[in-house]
Design a protein around this ligand. Structure first.
Ligand code: URA
Ligand code: CA
Length: 442
């Protein structure tokens, strides 16, 4: 096989075989191909797209480039969840515990935050003592005993993806549906669960801003997962404004604790119940979506989900008392209210800009090497549809006391809010549920 011929074949619109796709991925991953050939190939995929079969073969070739996590020593159906990333997305810290409390087995590999999106590991590790650097044995043991473990994704999972992603990043080929779907699914499939529920975000804070793109991505990922023998459900949900009220690390842990205590924001609670019910359904624990939701609401009411979070924190080296007494979580140096400069109704909140504001305060990373401050972040006081008077707080910033950072962040934050004269309805939140049987729009 000649790479030149394969680039030409794809350029001219023909379908590549499984062997051809494996040849490309193997050779690039093993440094046996000039980088300009891979760059050209990625551009042909970007422009020509891929069939569902090609995308599945691409994904499997990337899975085969590295290790697969062996979860065979965990009894029962292993279920995972993945979100395409948003702002203030506290979901995993709530979802894992409530699904585990209903008998689900959640063995979740997860990442750190980058850019405007936060990462579950950073959030969880803001609890004193907690580590997500678990050995595989400990990871499996914790899922068996508690039903839940969260572990940092190792570099050994889908190394081809890492290398290809770096090249996509500098060749304007990141936003291609088959390449994104392959990238996400290669890591999820290598992580070894039997079923995966995906939360594909759409809106101003999302990777896929337009609904149609998010839907196409969701379909592509469901096809790939089902093709690999997994049970798949994907939701399209809104990231038109940040999720919940807290954006940061320890303040999102507190929000998760509130939600697990039945006192969380409605959007976050509803999202966790919706995603969780599909996790229980594919696990064979719930008989229907409604049955799943009822089971989840019950473990929130009984605090059994909160107990699971506590058990996981303890098993991962943390201080479980911090769950009952959140004063033990990292506290910021100075809380400062950010006041509205206008009266009216909140019309729009640019979620991406709010994510960038929390990064300016120190809650996130611009580069991989940056260190996050677990104590800082933003607590929103107003969301879309809320009435606000001039001089009333739109948010409380949790800061490290650096007033220069605060002023920069405040400017950015105020520009992210659009306040108008008339009340607007809350943005639509649930768009669609996608399975192998089709798309159900809400
Ligand atoms: N997230 C990923 O992991 N890969 C992509 O290509 C895009 C988002
Ligand atoms: Ca939140």
């Amino acid at each position: 096989m000649l790479m030149y011929e394969l680039i030409k074949k794809k350029r001219d619109g023909a379908e590549l075989t499984k062997e051809e796709i494996s040849f490309i991925i193997d050779n690039y991953t093993n440094d046996k191909m000039p980088v300009e050939q891979m760059a050209a190939f990625l551009m042909t995929v970007f422009l020509r797209g891929m069939t569902a079969r090609e995308a599945t073969d691409l994904t499997m070739a990337m899975v085969d480039s590295g290790e697969r996590v062996d979860l065979s020593n965990i009894s029962g159906f292993k279920v995972d969840k993945h979100s395409t990333g948003g702002v203030g997305d506290t979901t995993s810290l709530v979802l894992g515990p409530i699904v585990a409390a209903c008998g689900g087995k959640v063995a979740k590999m997860t990442g750190r935050g980058l850019g405007h999106t936060g990462g579950t590991i950073d959030k969880l590790e803001s609890i004193p003592g907690v580590t997500c650097s678990l050995s595989k044995e400990k990871f499996v043991e914790n899922v068996n005993t508690i039903g839940l473990a969260l572990m940092g994704q190792t570099a050994k999972l889908a190394p081809a993806d890492k290398k290809i992603y770096a090249l996509r990043d500098v060749t304007a080929t990141v936003d291609s549906i088959p390449l994104i779907a392959g990238s996400i699914m290669s890591k999820k499939l290598a992580a070894g669960s039997d079923g995966i529920v995906l939360d594909v975000k759409t809106g101003s804070g999302a990777f896929m801003e337009k609904y149609q793109d998010a839907l196409n991505l969701a379909r592509a990922m469901v096809d790939i997962g089902e093709g690999a023998g997994k049970k798949m459900v994907a939701f399209i949900t809104s990231m038109e404004e940040p999720l919940g009220l807290a954006i940061g690390n320890s303040i999102e842990v507190k929000e998760a604790i509130d939600t697990l205590s039945g006192k969380g924001p409605k959007d976050l609670t509803d999202l966790c119940v919706e995603l969780g019910s599909s996790m229980l359904l594919i696990s064979g624990i719930a008989a229907s979506v409604e049955d799943g939701k009822e089971k989840l609401r019950n473990v929130i009411k009984s605090k059994k989900g909160l107990e699971k979070l506590k058990a996981m924190v303890k098993a991962q080296g943390g201080n479980p008392e911090a769950i009952d007494n959140t004063a033990l979580l990292p506290q910021c140096k100075k809380e400062i209210e950010v006041l509205s400069e206008q009266s009216g109704y909140v019309e729009k909140i640019n979620a991406l800009e709010v994510g960038m504001t929390s990064l300016v305060l120190g809650a996130g990373r611009m580069k991989k090497e940056d260190i996050v401050d677990p104590s800082v972040g933003i607590y929103l006081k107003k969301k879309v549809g809320d009435k606000v008077e001039k001089g009333e707080p739109l948010a409380v910033f949790h800061t490290d006391g650096d007033m220069k950072k605060y002023e920069d962040a405040k400017k950015r934050f105020l520009a992210a809010y659009k306040i108008g004269p008339a009340k607007v309805p809350s943005p639509k939140f649930f768009y669609a549920r996608v399975t192998k049987d089709g798309v159900e729009e809400f």
